[in-house]
Design a protein around this ligand. Structure first.
Ligand code: 3PG
Ligand code: MG
Length: 396
């Protein structure tokens, strides 16, 4: 994929100050990082630039402070975990006296600069803040795909005022996403699950135009079933969206996209771990029951559909996967997708919030072709939206 510059194009960086925007917005429990995926994603770019003798200045946000310093959101607490993942020393640099501190760094040194969101102008993409950040560096590398849906000073503004490049993690994300939906090999299947249709309307509308098979799971499938006249009992269902669901089904028809809704389901009277369950045809859900997972016959048919496909994009679980046994369909279909990927017949790309957790639970995240580190950015990309952070790199 072309259109943006990468570290291969950056030239001699020895002694140059390179501002590297990373996404270090990692979950923490006290001083412990509970999921270091994003730190591991950031490491290759930082290490490569440091090896080439750059003065590496990492810019990142952490949490959602309100535009002023708040100790709770200090990136100081991520400095040691990042250093550990890198296996190198990382110096924390506070905003106060930042110029002087940066001036003491030597080629190859790595500085982690305090939270960019301690400036109100960061999220407003204020030119004064862009200028303030830009003064610290000679070059800009954006390696934070998962923050690229934000048009902030450090994710978008900087690309207009400094020579800008995509970092390795950004590059890998963009290349994988291009393969999955940009110029994919057909047939393409998409799995879209999750609780509510309302949060994924734009995703569904975009996907019916793009994919050959749209597999709808999770609570959102109930809204589609209800739209088709199925009595879903006590199931989670957005009855006010049934007309919209019908519009989406019509659009799919016109675009020759096959929509897969479950025809057998696992139901229970209570939503808790391991309640009594029944597996029934969707037309047999009782008034006091709720649908909590896709049934085994439907999962098998979905697996057969995947076998005919060359490309898969996955976002969201098929059932209430955090509560056993309602993870069965998600785990089973994820395993099928992983096996097809391993055998070389399928390119599989997954991303977005719960999805990574679901694939980890299925033990197959490593067997997918690519698992995105992004939550919101992945969804906006699935909606076909232009991501400001990516668009700014493309303009270079
Ligand atoms: C994320 O964690 O999804 C990204 O880092 C973006 O964070 P935000 O939603 O606070 O902008
Ligand atoms: Mg977010």
């Amino acid at each position: 994929m072309t259109g943006f510059k990468t570290l291969d194009d950056i030239g001699d960086v020895h002694g140059k100050r390179v501002l590297v925007r990373e996404d270090l917005n990692v979950p923490m429990d006290g001083a412990r990082v509970t999921d270091d995926t994003r730190l591991r994603a950031a490491a290759p770019t930082i290490a490569e630039l440091s090896d080439k003798g750059a003065i590496v200045l990492v810019l990142a946000h952490f949490g959602r402070p309100k535009g002023e310093p708040e100790p709770e959101f200090s990136l100081a607490q991520v400095t040691q975990p990042l250093g550990q993942v890198l296996g190198r020393e990382v110096r924390f640099v506070d905003w106060e006296g930042v110029e002087d501190a940066v001036a003491t760094l030597q080629p190859g040194d790595i500085g982690l600069i305090e939270n960019t969101r301690f400036f109100a102008g960061e999220e407003k993409n204020d030119p004064a803040v862009v200028e303030r950040f830009a003064r610290l560096g000679d070059l800009y590398v954006n390696d934070a795909f998962s923050a690229a849906h934000r048009a902030h000073a450090s994710t978008e503004g900087l690309a207009h005022v400094l020579p800008a490049y995509a970092g390795r993690s950004m590059q890998i994300e963009l290349e994988a996403l291009e393969k999955a939906l940009g110029k994919p090999e057909h047939p393409v299947a998409a799995v879209v699950g999750g609780a509510k249709v309302s949060t994924k309307l734009d995703v569904l509308k975009h996907l019916v135009e793009k994919v050959d098979h749209l597999i709808i799971g999770g609570g959102m499938a109930n809204t589609f079933l209800a739209a088709r006249g199925v009595d879903v009992g006590k199931s989670l269902c957005e009855h006010d969206l049934t007309a919209t669901a019908l519009e989406i089904l019509d659009a799919a028809d016109r675009a020759n996209c096959i929509v897969h809704l479950p025809y057998d389901v696992v139901v229970a009277k209570e939503f808790r771990a391991n309640p009594p369950t029944r597996t029934v045809n969707v037309h047999e859900v009782a008034a006091d029951e709720m649908i909590l997972d896709v049934g085994p016959a439907a999962v098998e048919a979905l697996g057969d559909a995947l076998k005919t496909c060359k490309t898969l994009v996955w976002n969201g679980p098929l059932g209430a996967f955090e509560t056993p046994p309602f993870d069965v369909a998600t785990v089973s279909l994820a395993k099928t997708a992983a096996a097809l990927t391993k055998s070389g017949s399928l390119v599989s790309v997954a991303g977005g919030g719960d999805t990574v957790a679901a694939l980890n639970q299925a033990g197959v995240a490593d067997d997918f072709s690519f698992v995105s580190t992004a939550g919101g950015a992945f969804l906006e990309w699935m909606e076909g939206k232009e991501l400001p952070g990516v668009a700014a790199l493309m303009r270079q």
